[in-house]
Design a protein around this ligand. Structure first.
Ligand code: NAP
Length: 264
């Protein structure tokens, strides 16, 4: 730990055991936050919790399926029991896979929409009540630029992320009076174990293809996106709410479908 930006603050990060969620959790803890990481795979949670503790941070790892409202209630209750409050919620948990829309089954649709849209709502509504009681808080939703561009090949995820963007703006307008800020962050393609495998850009060749469509000529790094998340949750962003910060190297301005690029 070497910063004090989030001293006395408590942050819940869904999907905090891997990828972007892991990096955001590490950075929040480094700045003094007590961090609660929640997802299904206990081994990933334990590994990240160990990293945070080794760096001198405070962490609680709670196995949680965000699709299960009762489990989300248990998560927030355990957080308040252990750390006394919830100041920051980052809705980062997601699932995704590449599929032409005409081949998508109802189960496939539900698998993604229930994690991204239902999960974000369950966590926001339960944590939001706690934040209202406390007199403030901050919610950050990790979305993707295809929430507004659309993206052939990921209709489930694009539809769910669009819903999350609408939720972001709606809750920001409703809950500003309680001192709760609600924002979204839309990263461009980043190499993380989950996303790059699921969306078939884990090969160097695919990453080169994607980079060609990015005005800045490269993919995002997890580190630079996590830095932005920390900024949006910090007092430096105290007058920002209902906003979506895009960090995709300009890619959405030239967007093409994943299917076209990767020949899926
Ligand atoms: P990731 O490592 O696969 O992260 C997804 C996380 O969500 C995992 O930790 C996973 O953990 C968790 N999760 C999945 N289903 C869950 C459930 N039902 N309940 C609780 N947790 C669940 O991929 P990532 O790239 O870091 O993605 C992080 C965020 O960035 C996502 O919102 C994604 O849509 C967004 N994003 C990523 C990219 C990219 O290119 N990587 C681009 C734009 C936006 P468990 O499996 O253990 O539950």
């Amino acid at each position: 730990m070497n910063g004090t930006t989030f001293s006395d603050k408590v942050a819940v990060v869904t999907g905090g055991g891997t990828g972007l969620g892991k990096e955001m959790s590490l950075k929040l803890a480094k700045e003094g936050a007590k961090v609660v990481i929640a997802s299904r795979n206990i081994d990933n949670l334990k590994e990240t919790a160990h990293l945070i503790e080794s760096a001198g941070g405070s962490v609680l790892a709670i196995p949680t399926d965000v699709r299960d409202h009762a489990k989300v209630e248990e998560l927030m209750k355990a957080t308040v029991e252990k750390f006394g409050r919830i100041d920051i919620l980052i809705n980062n948990a997601a699932g995704n896979f590449l599929i032409p829309s005409e081949k998508l089954t109802p189960n496939g649709w539900n698998a993604v929409v229930r994690i991204v849209l239902d999960g974000t709502w369950f966590c926001s509504s339960v944590a939001g009540k706690q934040m209202i009681e406390q007199g403030g808080g901050c919610i950050l939703n990790i979305i993707a630029t295809y929430a507004w561009t659309g993206a052939p090949g990921v209709v489930h995820s694009a539809s769910a992320k669009a819903g999350v963007l609408a939720m972001t703006r709606t809750l920001a307008a409703e809950w500003g009076r309680y001192g709760i800020r609600v924002n979204a962050l839309a990263p461009g393609a980043m190499v993380t174990e989950g996303a790059s495998k699921n969306l078939k850009f884990d090969s160097e060749e695919a990453q080169k293809l994607i980079s060609k469509n990015v005005p800045l000529g490269r993919l995002a790094s997890v580190d630079e996106i996590a830095e932005l998340a920390v900024f949006l949750c910090s007092p430096k962003a105290s007058y920002i709410t209902g906003d979506v910060m895009t960090a995709d190297g300009g890619a959405w301005l030239k967007s093409k479908s994943f299917l076209d690029m990767l020949g899926g």
